[in-house]
Design a protein around this ligand. Sequence first.
Ligand SMILES: *[C@@H]1O[C@H](CO)[C@@H](O)[C@H](O)[C@H]1NC(C)=O
Ligand SMILES: *[C@@H]1O[C@H](CO)[C@@H](O)[C@H](O)[C@H]1NC(C)=O
Length: 160
Amino acid sequence: AEDKALLALLSVAGTEIPGELCHSEMNLIKDRLQVNCSGLGLTEVPSALPNTTGILLLNTNHLASVSTASFQHLPELIELDLSGNRLGALHTGAPLPLLQELILSHNALAVLPTLQGLPALTHLELNLRGNRLRMLPEKAFEGLTGLKDLDLSDNALEEL
Ligand SMILES: *[C@@H]1O[C@H](CO)[C@@H](O)[C@H](O)[C@H]1NC(C)=O
Ligand SMILES: *[C@@H]1O[C@H](CO)[C@@H](O)[C@H](O)[C@H]1NC(C)=O
């Protein structure tokens, strides 16, 4: 019964600060702090994330719109998984200079986000079963000299 009461308390606290429900652990292979917020029904990016977060899993939530401004307090962020949300837009006005990997598969994107603020990107997954890209801007990947792995499968692209 005490366990149940504690759990109830925790879940009440969690609705106020969803970030507290994210499980953090060192990813020993990548030697980065990995914060797992997947599958929590989030509609917003949690604000209380550790500032040493290197890998952030926000997949399988209900995020409809995300801005890179939400991650400006995470200067060590190198991987961001936003797959399996409801993203119609990703606003990238605020740069993420170290971000190497961005996973956007299984969302509802109709346009490719501007990628110029992500100069370190090497791995971009837009594998879009459920995304709706029909065309890519001519200079979409300009300046992304490190990009090695680009997955654009399952889109509605008419030309590239
Ligand atoms: C993240 O958490 C979810 C839900 O608890 C779990 O199913 C998943 O395996 C975790 N992912 C990783 C990479 O640890
Ligand atoms: C994180 O916050 C702590 C305490 O506020 C600070 O000492 C540390 O330098 C910060 N680390 C980063 C990477 O910003």
